[in-house]
Design a protein around this ligand. Structure first.
Ligand code: PA5
Length: 443
């Protein structure tokens, strides 16, 4: 079995002697407390052995629902925010063509995302785009009460019913939500929508391998069996105390203790942009608490070398980089010849574009290391479902271990409620009268 690889030599060289060993001495306890469910947040460990517990019957249900949606929709809108959307988007964008959907040839539905912002223009333009289209909706919300998603769903439900009739709308609106609680569950039950349950013990940011991620990914036409198999193989490979998951978790904590407070996730493939976004949420929400935590940042190279390159090369030396590198791209494009050679690039003629990209990657690594930036590499043999499954579980488990090494509860997110409380108080939501008065006196 080929696996993703971890390369650490260009990061460990920045650490004082014994740093890895000092953090590493705490790994056994962290791994054991995950396995024995004795760690803080132990009621949210449903993701830990999720890959190995997914049954063929469950995947068949997901695929059957996806087949119905694909057969009846030219466009599928995935409504969800944070953990209820980023994983699906990350996988779909990593695997899909970046342009095919613009000229949709009918073989795959266009997948759009909504419910992840409160932009009035975004929602207006979405509704305009959907006019006349045979669209369906996957409404994803664990709590079933998230404002951004609920707002988009109100608009989408009405438009779908108006355009396609109530009966068809019932077939092409699917809910992924809590088994019993929340508005999304109540609506799904009342309307008779097909629905899937988000397990209680899986937090949003760890939910990509539940129907939250699997259903949209299957709807986009990708192989969820291979995705789950990749995750399963990484689950099996990360049970002991010394493996690439624990090595990454230890190394980033050792770097943090040595003053490297910011981790930048880097890709050299624009298709991985949303994988960066997914990773930022996973690590940001898991570790940023109690006044601690590595700040997770992300860049797309070489694009962002032309914007963030200066800061990374010579700014405050509190950063380290983790590069997700794809060994072999799917397609071949050769550097073209030009008779005039005004740009002086004919010396590259006939080379694969990826060879140029790889030299940019190597050149950047060496420059950044020279500039004092520790560099970790996570190498994927190819960008396919199987290796993405490995990568997802790799980052999830490393996040759990890493948060425990840091000494926080990696599975809660008390901080995200603060803005919601203020927003509802400012909007005068019933039940928020006292908060309303208090907040208005501050303005
Ligand atoms: O990770 C999390 O818990 C959050 O990002 C949630 O996924 C996000 O707030 C959406 O919540 P819900 O699924 O309840 O609508």
């Amino acid at each position: 079995m080929k696996t993703i690889r971890l390369e650490v030599a260009k990061a460990t060289s920045f650490l004082p002697e014994g740093a890895i060993e000092r953090v590493g001495a705490r790994v056994h306890n962290a791994q054991q407390s995950l396995e024995e469910a004795t760690c803080p947040g132990n009621d949210f460990l449903g993701w830990l052995h999720l890959p190995s517990s997914i049954t063929p019957e469950f995947l068949a249900e997901i695929k059957a629902c996806a087949t119905t949606l694909r057969a009846n929709c030219d466009t599928i809108v995935v409504a969800g925010i944070g953990g209820s959307y980023l994983g699906a988007r990350a996988v779909i964008e990593a695997l899909g063509s970046q342009f095919e959907w613009l000229t949709n040839d009918g073989s795959n539905p266009v997948i759009l995302f909504a419910g992840n912002n409160i932009g009035e223009d975004y929602l207006y333009e979405l509704c305009e785009y959907l006019k006349g289209r045979k669209f369906g909706v996957i409404n994803i919300s664990k709590s079933g009460t998230t404002t951004e998603t609920a707002l988009a769903f109100r608009l989408l439900k009405k438009q779908c019913e108006d355009q396609r009739g109530k009966d068809v709308a019932r077939q092409v609106i699917v809910a992924v939500t809590d088994a019993k609680r929340g508005a999304a569950r109540t609506t799904a039950d009342q309307e008779g929508y097909t629905s899937f349950v988000i397990p209680d013990n899986v937090g949003g940011r760890f939910s990509v391998l539940t129907p939250v991620g699997l259903l949209p990914i299957a709807c986009a036409g990708f192989d969820v069996d291979a995705l789950v198999q990749g995750a399963r193989d990484m689950e099996a490979a990360s049970a002991d105390d010394d493996n690439i998951v624990t090595q990454y978790a230890v190394l980033r904590n050792a770097l943090y203790e040595a003053g490297k407070k910011i981790e930048i996730l880097v890709n050299f493939q624009p298709k991985l942009h949303y994988m960066n976004e997914w990773w930022k949420q996973l690590y940001g929400e898991s570790e940023g608490k109690d006044g601690k935590g590595i700040f997770p940042a992300a860049v797309d190279f070489t694009t962002d070398l032309h914007s963030m390159g200066q800061w990374i090369q010579e700014g405050e030396r509190t950063i380290f980089e983790t590069v997700v590198s794809v060994e072999t791209p799917r397609h071949t494009v050769l550097f073209p010849h030009d008779d005039e050679n005004l740009d002086g690039l004919n010396f590259l003629e006939g080379k694969r574009v990826d060879e140029v990209n790889k030299m940019a990657e190597l050149g950047t690594q060496l420059a950044h290391v020279d500039g004092g930036v520790p560099n970790i590499r996570v190498v994927m043999p190819e960008l396919n479902e199987y290796y993405l499954g490995q990568l997802i579980y790799f980052f999830e488990r490393a996040c759990g271990v890493s948060g425990l090494l840091l000494g926080v509860n990696p599975f809660n997110q008390p901080g995200v409620e603060a803005y919601k409380k203020n927003m509802f108080a400012l909007l005068g939501k019933p039940g928020y009268e006292a908060e309303s008065e208090a907040i208005k006196s501050r303005l």
